[in-house]
Design a protein around this ligand. Structure first.
Ligand code: PEP
Ligand code: MN
Length: 337
């Protein structure tokens, strides 16, 4: 930690800060500059108590930690990119994975039609919400267990692994029994008990970014998964709340290189919740690939205008096929396959 002292302290005041630093288990090194005196406190910030309490002392101007607060998701713990195996697919490897399917599972017909079409177009993982986190209690809440069974059936028919959202700790085993990847939604991104329950199922976890979450908070939320002995974590940027209303959220593509710099975990981009507009999905996917995303999560519906949730942002089967064609040169240019 670096502690900057306020100017014009007496020797006695300086010594009281030095004593406190030693008491907390650090070796203080005093550096006298022209305008300020700075103390470098050497010691393991993970083993000793934080010196941040000193920032409220009269003698101290600021305290800056040097070590990162996350341990397992960080690149310091694991230099190489980590990969997650889902059946025969690898997330975080050379191949960009495309997860596609409806926002909500509505019926067998809707799901099967979508699943077959997206697979044929090149998607590798099927998405679909069975338990839906709706802002209003009067909106469609998902088919629940029936939706999970349909997803499992679609996996059987198409061979595609399935991703679906886990909304509640009490559903953890049920959802894990039917799904290959558990999605933790934006509204639950800091529901730590839910993250622990998801981790403990042993299934890979896709952690959406909370809509008002800073990168560090997001990484720390992910830390809960790794700290609960589940190494299969991916982060998913899905847009954050800003002052802008043209789009549903502001898809923060800078989060892709930011998380990649800090963490070894794969990064996924969801342009559907990200901008909330079907007419921007292809462009945002091209952007996401160019930024280095390892996978995309895209909402696709056979008839978006009749969708039971998120109709404005779901692309048709035709647009999805066009998207997959148009992405090819971007995937190649990004050095991926
Ligand atoms: C979704 O994927 O349909 C969804 C509800 O996502 P988010 O949690 O990002 O809003
Ligand atoms: Mn949705």
């Amino acid at each position: 930690m670096i502690i900057v002292l306020k100017p014009n302290l007496t020797k006695r005041q300086e010594n009281s800060v030095l004593r406190e630093i030693k008491k907390l288990g650090y070796a203080p090194h005093l550096m006298r500059g022209v305008a300020r005196t700075v103390i470098g406190a050497v010691g393991d910030e993970k083993k000793n108590p934080s010196l941040e309490t000193l920032s409220s002392w009269d003698e101290v101007e600021s305290v800056t930690p040097i070590q990162k607060r996350f341990r397992l998701v960080g690149r310091e713990a694991h230099k190489k990119n980590s990969t997650i195996k889902i059946g025969k697919h690898v997330i975080g490897g050379k191949k960009v994975q495309v997860m596609a399917g409806p926002c909500s599972v509505e019926s067998e017909k809707q799901l099967m039609e979508t699943a077959h079409a997206v697979r044929k177009a090149g998607a590798t993982i099927l998405r679909g919400g069975a338990f839906k986190p709706r802002t209003s209690p009067y909106e469609f809440q998902g088919l629940g267990e029936k939706g999970l069974k349909l997803l499992a059936k679609a996996r059987e028919e198409t061979g595609m692994p399935v991703i679906t959202e886990l909304l509640s700790q009490s559903h953890a085993d049920l959802v894990a029994e039917h799904a290959d990847i558990l999605q933790i939604g934006t509204r639950n991104a800091q529901n730590f008990q839910l993250l622990i329950a998801a981790a403990k199922t042993g299934r890979p976890v896709l952690l959406k970014r909370g809509m008002s979450m800073r990168i560090e908070e997001w990484l720390l939320a992910g830390e809960y998964v790794l700290a609960n002995e589940n190494p299969s974590l991916m982060f998913c940027e899905r847009g954050i709340r800003t002052f802008e209303t043209y789009t549903r959220n502001t898809l923060d593509l800078s989060a892709v290189p930011a998380v990649k710099q800090q963490s070894h975990c794969p990064v996924v981009v969801d342009p559907s919740q990200g901008c909330g507009r079907a007419d921007m999905i292809i462009t945002m996917c091209k952007g996401a690939i160019s930024m280095g995303a390892d996978a995309l999560l895209i909402e696709v519906h056979p008839n978006p205008s009749e969708a039971w949730s998120d109709g404005a942002q779901q692309v048709t089967l035709d647009v999805f096929r066009k998207l997959m064609r148009e992405l090819k040169p971007f995937i190649k240019a990004a050095g991926r396959s």
